[in-house]
Design a protein around this ligand. Structure first.
Ligand code: G6P
Length: 608
């Protein structure tokens, strides 16, 4: 996720900016840059790659003298990681310079308009639109220009802005992307996150949506979007730097779980337009979509589990025959890919060796490959014929949570798009589904807020030797992910089973006290699942059931029930995964495991 830092004061700005950016490194980035007003003009240095390069280019900031500046670490969204796409971005004569964290959803429309007025764009970013738009509205009053631009932009943003003809001022504004400000001993700072400014101040003000800040050496003033002054109070932060990186959470995994409502919303919001789903980014016309006769989904780990969910949804909703396969298997079995087959590879990192090899195998056989990828500009994103990005932001914990949740959303959008194009879904049905989709972030948050209840439950199972996850249909898919989460971070042996298959072997492993986590979200399968739960309970299992509120038999059938809010039956995985993630997390914490870096595992597996 991009990181922003800004400083205005009596000290040299560049070293403070570089230091602040270094404290935001944990957020992940692919390029970085800073801009400083040197007494005459705003000078910029930016580069793809690590901050070390920026440090070398500026001799630790020495070559950029000046006491006001802004800095940025970029995690690519629009446009691949490159020197040109790195921030800061500027207007035509370089007198207005911006750094941005967030996504401007209507940037293409704005860009077109600005091009019509002869604005020239040098980068592929959405951010450059902001610099030109500010230029368009600027008539000597920065506050006025910023408020006008705010009214034109849709999406999320935290901005740091320098105006060359107001060199004693630093501006910032936010909507839906994090931004904090702090008064230091000799000036003011802005940042995306607390660690960047902790060294300089512990008194921090959290900027709310729609607020603009004007900072000078002496202090800061807050305004609302009507340019009226706003009173703010600061809070004292006593976290150490490590805790601050995790936003006060104990682990990155927990922080990222709490980022899921945002990751999910960021993945669907930019694609919901005029009552429909816009995935023009795929470069596939409706005719081309209709030519897809079969879908083959290939991935590894949790991304594979998202693919298993996809099979149920694509077949059930869009009536497209779908196969989901592990990339490590697919690549060596000489797959048959007939005309009309679309191969979708799913990957958070976009670098997983087996998934990349599977993509190449599919392409060599003439299939069209769609990449569902989180890391912009990654190998899979570059080599796939079409890319659909999940906007989860960088993930640090090895065990994926928010990227997986964003993958599910990408799958729902695609399946609905196909179903609508094929005439299976009516406009009214699609609208109903989109309504349910939009409710998911709040529902996920509700489930996350139930964490203490799950923690208490988890603490009873710290000594478990084996755990079984069971479900049918789409609930089997989520059981697989729940089981993987538990085993990878808590080192407890766990298995996911299609509930109906239990009696063909696995049931012999159930003993007195064995924990079985059952997921039952599909109404038509409630009865069948109750039978399976009874089968294991009569053999001594303790059953935790994750189900919907209308499952009236749940309390009688299981030992412990977690209810999910109501959603479309195709979207239940997005909700059911939350208690399962919390369960694994708290079991692992209770056992004292290294939650963020489980033994023997890597975040990105770039070897076979
Ligand atoms: C590793 C990670 C998993 C991930 C899998 C696939 O095993 O630990 O969390 O699901 O790789 O990674 P990808 O980057 O392709 O999604």
């Amino acid at each position: 996720m991009c990181g922003i830092v800004g400083y205005i004061g009596k000290s040299q700005a560049a070293p403070i900016l570089l230091d602040g950016l270094a404290k935001l490194e944990y957020r992940g980035y692919d390029s970085a840059g800073i801009a400083v007003y040197d007494g005459q003009e705003i000078r910029k240095v930016k580069s793809r790659g690590r901050l070390k390069i920026l440090n070398e280019l500026t001799h630790g900031g020495e070559t950029l003298p000046g006491t006001v500046g802004i800095g940025h670490t970029r995690w690519a969204t629009h446009g691949s990681p490159s020197d040109i796409n790195a921030h800061p971005h500027h207007n035509k004569d370089g007198s207005i310079v911006v750094v941005h964290n967030g996504i401007i959803e209507n940037y293409l429309k704005l860009k077109k308009k600005l091009e019509g007025k002869n604005y020239k764009f040098v980068s592929e970013t959405d951010t450059e639109v902001i610099a030109h738009l500010l230029d368009e509205y600027y008539q000597g009053n920065p506050l006025q220009a910023i408020t006008k631009v705010m009214h034109r932009m849709e999406g999320s943003y935290a901005l740091g802005i320098l105006f060359g003809d107001h060199p004693d001022e630093l501006y910032a504004v936010r909507k839906d992307s994090p931004l904090i400000v702090g008064k230091t001993e000799d000036g003011c700072m802005i940042a995306s996150d607390v660690p960047a400014i902790l060294r300089y101040t512990r008194d921090v003000t959290f900027v709310e949506n729609g607020e603009i800040i004007r900072m000078t050496k002496e202090g800061m003033e807050f305004f609302n979007a009507d340019q009226e002054p706003v009173e703010k109070i600061s809070v004292h932060i006593d976290w150490d730097v490590k805790a601050a990186e995790k936003g006060g959470f104990e682990h990155f995994m927990l922080k990222e779980m709490y980022e899921q409502p945002r990751a999910v919303a960021d993945t669907f919001s930019p694609r919901l337009k005029e009552g429909g789903i816009d995935i023009g980014e795929l470069g596939m016309s409706t005719e081309e979509l209709l030519k897809v006769k079969k879908l083959v989904i290939v991935a590894c780990g949790s991304a594979y589990h998202a693919g298993v969910t996809a099979k149920y949804i694509f077949e059930g909703l869009a009536r497209i025959p779908t196969e989901t396969e592990l990339a490590s298997e697919f690549r060596y079995r000489n797959p048959i890919l007939e005309e009309g087959t679309l191969v979708a590879v799913i990957s958070q990192s976009g670098e997983t060796a087996d998934t990349l090899a599977a993509l190449r195998e599919a392409k060599s056989k003439g299939a069209r490959v769609l990449g569902i990828v989180n890391a912009v500009g990654s190998s899979i994103a570059r080599e796939a014929d079409s890319v659909m990005y999940t906007w989860a932001g960088p993930e640090i914990a090895v065990a994926t949570t928010k990227a997986y949740s964003a993958q599910l959303i990408a799958i729902y959008l695609l399946a609905m798009k196909f179903a609508f194009a094929k005439g299976i879904l009516t406009g009214e049905e699609l609208a109903g589904m989109l309504g349910d989709l939009k409710k998911l972030p709040v529902q996920i948050e509700m489930l996350l807020n139930n964490r203490e209840k799950i923690q208490r439950f988890a603490n009873r199972y710290l000594a478990a030797r084996d755990v079984y996850f069971i479900g049918r249909g789409i609930d089997y898919a989520i059981s697989m992910e729940g089981s993987l989460k538990l085993k990878e971070i808590s080192y407890i042996h766990s298995e996911a089973y299609a509930a109906g298959e239990l009696k063909h072997g696995t049931i012999s492993l159930i003993e007195e006290g064995t924990l079985v986590a059952a997921v039952s979200t599909q109404k038509e399968l409630y009865r069948k699942m109750i039978s399976n739960i009874t089968e294991v309970r009569t053999r001594g299992a303790f059953v935790l059931l994750v189900t919907n509120e209308d499952n009236t038999e749940a309390e009688k059938a299981a030992d412990y029930v977690i209810y999910l809010p109501e959603t479309n039956p195709y979207f239940t995985n997005s909700l059911a995964i939350i208690p399962l993630q919390l369960l694994s997390y708290y079991v692992a914490v209770g056992k004292g495991c290294d939650v963020d870096k489980p033994r023997n595992l890597a975040k990105s597996v770039t070897v076979e």
